[in-house]
Design a protein around this ligand. Structure first.
Ligand code: HEM
Length: 218
């Protein structure tokens, strides 16, 4: 992953992002109820990245966009059904966040061995960690035990997910709203050394790294 994101600060920030609102989470949450969970996630992620390396980056971003709206509760995964409107069509997500089908694949594989045990929110957090690691970045222990949300917020997705046009003051404010410091913002922005952008966002590249890819993926 990012050369600027190889320090303990980065691991701490990623861990904070995924566990900020959950005091009771533990990496060993499924140790007895689903001991093969992490193997299943890792194997499915390896398969996904063999098909397309970029998927590691895409799932890290999906995790970030999940966590910034109502916490890391899987709310981004909920489809629009009838009068229910989820977050997938929010401006920062639509035609941009990708990898939902890989989460579905991991969930399907997990259900075969551990039916009805593991939340999708935890699967997203593990997939983001494994995608980062498999692309050459750091690894970290993922606190587990999140519950999946039955609600979502299109309005919060539109208002809280940071737009690429935000200046530094507004980015600091947006992260501060989620109890993340300017230091966390700096470390987490190192995620942009992997992945792909369909837009041309010069300020984003300045904030992140000159290596943020516009046309190719690492
Ligand atoms: C600081 C505020 C942030 C802004 C304004 C921002 C904005 C963006 C934008 C505009 C893109 C390109 C999307 C596209 O062209 O479809 C992008 C890609 C990406 N972002 Fe961020 N982002 C931010 C923070 C983060 C954080 C905290 C993470 C994860 C820790 C992250 C991970 C990624 C990754 C991995 C990609 C590439 C995704 C892919 O290739 O599919 N970003 N971001």
């Amino acid at each position: 992953m990012a050369s600027s994101c190889r320090t303990w600060q980065c691991l701490l920030a990623l861990s904070l992002l995924s566990s900020a609102a959950y005091g009771q989470l533990s990496p060993s949450f499924y140790a007895t109820s689903c001991p093969t969970l992490q193997l299943i996630v890792r194997a499915t992620m390896i398969k996904a990245l063999l098909t397309e390396r970029r998927m590691g980056a895409s799932l890290l971003r999906l995790h970030f966009h999940d966590c910034f709206v109502q916490g890391c509760d899987g709310s981004i995964l909920l489809d629009d059904v009838g009068s229910f409107v989820g977050e997938k069509t929010a401006f920062p997500n639509v035609k941009s966040v990708r990898g939902y089908e890989v989460i579905d694949e991991i969930k399907k594989n997990v259900e075969l061995l551990c039916p009805g045990v593991v939340s999708c929110a935890d699967i997203v957090a593990l997939a983001a960690r494994d995608g980062t690691f498999l692309l050459g970045g750091p690894s970290w222990a993922v606190p587990l035990g999140r519950r999946d949300s039955t609600t979502a917020s299109l309005a919060e997705a539109n208002s809280d997910l940071p737009a690429p046009s935000l200046n530094l003051d507004l980015l600091i404010k947006a992260f501060g709203k989620k109890q993340l410091s300017p230091r966390d913002l700096t470390a987490l922005s190192g995620a942009h050394t992997i992945g792909f952008s369909v837009g041309n966002w010069p300020d984003m590249r300045r904030l992140s790294s000159s290596t943020f890819r516009q046309q190719t993926t690492r």
